[in-house]
Design a protein around this ligand. Structure first.
Ligand SMILES: [Zn+2]
Length: 175
């Protein structure tokens, strides 16, 4: 009978899940949910195709906060390069007459980065290049970062997940 139980139990759980529409999203288990990969619905001139989804998400996050963030209209460009001319994982290059707003990411960082890490760094660089923000190296009482605008190093613990995303985007856009 033991063999029969081991066969029946998973089947029974599957059946219960079918009835109650179980998902594996983990929404109720308290674990952090990672930012998911996505497909862009539009293109951006002079921006590496791999960055489009994050540019689009940035604009959507701004719009959700009643901020108009038309990155293409503003002239933001973006690249992922083997030799971007800096040692940081990402950088925002601007000029004094406000005609250059270029986000450049290091190829070796990008290929190893998770979707969450990619969203953090693109939003961080757009924080510089579009929002004109500087670094905010503050930690919350639990040691986690107070802002996506933290600089590199170990100033705080990254805590950017689906559940905390709105908190960080509110801070990023100043809302
Ligand atoms: Zn920075």
């Amino acid at each position: 009978m033991r063999t029969l139980h081991t066969l029946i139990l998973p089947f029974a759980l599957t059946l219960i899940c079918l009835i109650f529409s179980c998902t594996d999203s983990g929404e109720n288990n308290g674990l952090p949910q990672f930012i998911q990969v996505g497909e862009p619905s539009r293109s951006y001139d002079n921006v590496d195709q791999r960055l489009w989804i994050y540019f689009e998400r940035f604009e959507a996050a701004a719009a959700a906060r009643n901020i108009n963030a038309d990155l293409e209209d503003f002239g933001v460009t973006g690249s992922i390069e083997t030799n971007p001319g800096h040692n940081a994982p990402g950088a925002c290059s601007e000029n004094t007459n406000n005609t250059l707003h270029h986000v450049s990411l290091r190829q070796d960082f990008w290929v190893d980065a998770s979707v969450t890490e990619r969203e953090i760094i693109v939003f961080h660089e757009l924080g510089h290049c579009f929002l004109g923000r500087g670094h905010v190296n503050l930690a919350l009482p639990d040691g986690t970062c107070a802002s996506l605008m933290r600089s590199g190093g170990n100033v705080c613990i990254d805590n950017y997940f689906v559940q905390t995303r709105d908190f960080y985007l509110d801070e990023l856009f100043g809302t």
